[in-house]
Design a protein. Structure first.
Length: 576
């Protein structure tokens, strides 16, 4: 379909005669605009998640201007609309608590304003899924502009990766292997430019997923934030969104079962963050695609990790990945696993989008027959501890914990864990299974990134750097280690994790995809009868609404009233 000016959504506000449109036009004139600015032009919203406390998006003021330039070049009319920023580093208890708030805000900003198309500016972990979820639900032409990874960190000539090296050197400080001065040097050197984490953390994972879904310009997710190519890409986004409006190319035309499978495949090959599962399930279900944990596990068994990027990789960071050819280059090595007919915001099939891409460094982007890990990044485990499933990142944990049985050491909340973990008399060995519960979607609240539980102080001093850990929380995509996460149902709502006791034997079998507590059904029934539900963390405001409507981790943690039924069309928004 090719639209005419009268077909534009904004025509409802400005084109029809009458008192209402008089009010809209007169108020536009109040701001110094005149009819030449909007008549016959697509009005493009730039939803900008810039803020003074989000370092991932510190360059977005300038990038928004570049987008505006592109929109004006293509004959559109840009309007910048601010949205909640969700700075992962600062929002407590977790930015995840507010992902759905950003999704709702995005949907309502588009619905309530005279918008024909939208540019979504994000990058920090929860902004990518939040913006996409809202835009999918509104289903107007939309294109995602990723913030881009920051430059490599550096300390004493060593390359630093955000998050991953924070955990590493924190343990070295606790063990007495580096000094406080060294630690401050790491602090100064680990984040040297604007942009999101340059490891394969949640931010890089989710922008790559947006790219693989077809919601960005091809390869846009790989461009470092400080690279001049990022400025050029921003102008290209502005030009392309205007074309998409006239073509009436919407998320519902792009997002299909095949594009979701492409995104899962790419995520597995990149050594993705465990958070990818929650966010991509939520994104897919907004588009009416029924993505499940089983889809991730099925593809994980056949798609190897070929992106040699930390934390799954050992040497390289996202800057190196870009120089090696970026996401389009990686996708050329996955063509046997991809649906190349799926279209992107270019309007072209994926096969055409990546036709000219090349790999320039075979160590950064490995051939399929020389992976850094033979299976995909994630594994889904099920058993009597997690009947709805839980997740581990086997590519980033020690081999010895691929199949392990040990006694549980249970902490009921994060405060207890923090108070006890460094006690010299803590009854723990490297064979123990550390457990943190009541940290899930409701209990956290918001499922904080506490799942990479700290190694007990006395074990760190003895040289231990990994052990089996279990939680209904999440962990940062920059984290690593033998961490079993997203246990569903969570303990706070009465999941079996609530019944586990210190000393119970726990078995994790990654090859067998199994997790089990060695407790009889009879004993569990007795514990269930004695269990009482804890009080919800929030009693008012958005938090109370969140508690009442958030789904569990295996369902994407979206609100129950915002998802689209599998196979159903995206609901048509009403404008009055």
């Amino acid at each position: 379909m090719t639209k005419t000016p009268e077909d534009l959504r904004s025509h409802r506000w400005f084109g029809d005669p009458g008192l209402r449109t008089f009010g809209h036009r007169s108020r536009m004139r109040q701001m110094g605009y005149d009819p030449e600015d909007w008549e016959g032009r697509p009005i493009i919203a730039i939803i900008n998640t810039w803020s003074d406390i989000n370092p991932c998006h510190a360059h977005f003021r300038q990038r928004a201007e570049s987008v505006k330039t592109g929109i004006l070049q293509a004959g559109g009319f840009p309007l910048e609309l601010p949205a909640i920023s969700l700075a992962e580093q600062f929002v407590k208890p977790s930015a995840m608590l507010y992902r759905n708030l950003l999704a709702m805000e995005t949907e309502e900003l588009i619905r309530s304003h005279p918008i024909d198309g939208v540019v979504l500016m994000g990058g920090c972990d929860k902004t990518t899924p939040g913006l996409l979820m809202g835009a999918i639900s509104m289903d107007v032409p939309a294109i995602y502009l990723p913030a881009g990874p920051m430059l490599r960190g550096n300390w004493q000539g060593k390359t630093l990766g955000s998050g991953s090296d924070s955990w590493k050197y924190w343990d070295e400080l606790r063990a007495g292997q580096i000094t406080e001065e060294d630690w401050q040097g790491v602090e100064r050197g680990i984040a040297r430019s604007y942009g999101h984490c340059m490891t394969m953390g949640t931010a890089s994972t989710m922008t790559a997923i947006a790219d693989a879904l077809g919601m960005t310009l091809p390869g846009a997710s790989s461009i470092p934030a400080a690279d001049s190519n990022h400025i050029a890409m921003s102008k290209m986004v502005g030009r392309r969104i205007c074309e998409m409006v006239w073509e009436d190319l919407k998320p519902s035309d792009i997002l299909r079962e095949g594009s979701v499978e492409n995104a899962i495949t790419v995520a597995m090959a990149m050594g993705c963050s465990t958070n990818a599962i929650i966010h991509l399930i939520a994104i897919a279900r907004r588009a009416g695609v029924e993505a499940t944990l089983e889809d991730f596990d099925r593809l994980s068994r056949v798609v190897p990790v070929i992106a040699n990027v930390r934390p799954s990789g050992k040497e390289y960071l996202m800057e190196d990945f870009f120089y090696a050819g970026g996401l389009p280059a990686l996708m050329t090595r996955l063509t046997d696993h991809l649906d190349l007919a799926m279209i992107s915001v270019t309007g072209r099939p994926l096969g055409e989008d990546i036709a000219t891409a090349r790999v320039f460094n075979d160590d950064v982007i490995r051939p399929i027959d020389n992976p850094i890990y033979a299976e995909g990044a994630l594994a889904v485990l099920k058993g009597n501890l997690a009947p709805q499933g839980c997740v581990i990142k086997p590519s980033a944990c020690s081999e010895k914990y691929q199949n392990h049985t040990g006694p549980a050491l249970v902490f009921d909340d994060y405060a207890e864990l923090k108070a006890q973990i460094d006690r010299d008399d803590l009854d723990v060995t490297e064979d123990s299974v550390l457990v943190l519960r009541n940290a899930g979607p409701v209990g956290g609240p918001g499922m904080p990134e506490w799942g990479m539980l700290p190694i007990p102080g006395k074990l760190v001093k003895a040289g231990v750097r990994d052990m089996l850990r279990l939680s209904d929380a999440r962990m940062s995509g920059t984290s690593y280690g033998a961490c079993v996460l997203h246990v569903a149902p969570e303990a706070h709502v009465g999941g079996p994790l609530a019944l586990l006791k210190t000393g119970d034997m726990v078995t994790v079998d990654i090859p067998g995809r199994r997790i089990h507590m060695e407790v009889s059904d009879e004993e569990l029934a007795q514990r269930r009868a004695a269990w009482t539900a804890p009080e919800d963390p929030y009693q008012r405001g958005f938090g109370k609404m969140y508690m009442a409507h958030v789904s569990q981790a295996h369902e994407g943690c979206d609100f129950d009233f915002l998802q689209t039924a599998a196979g159903a069309p995206v609901p048509e928004p009403k404008i009055f």
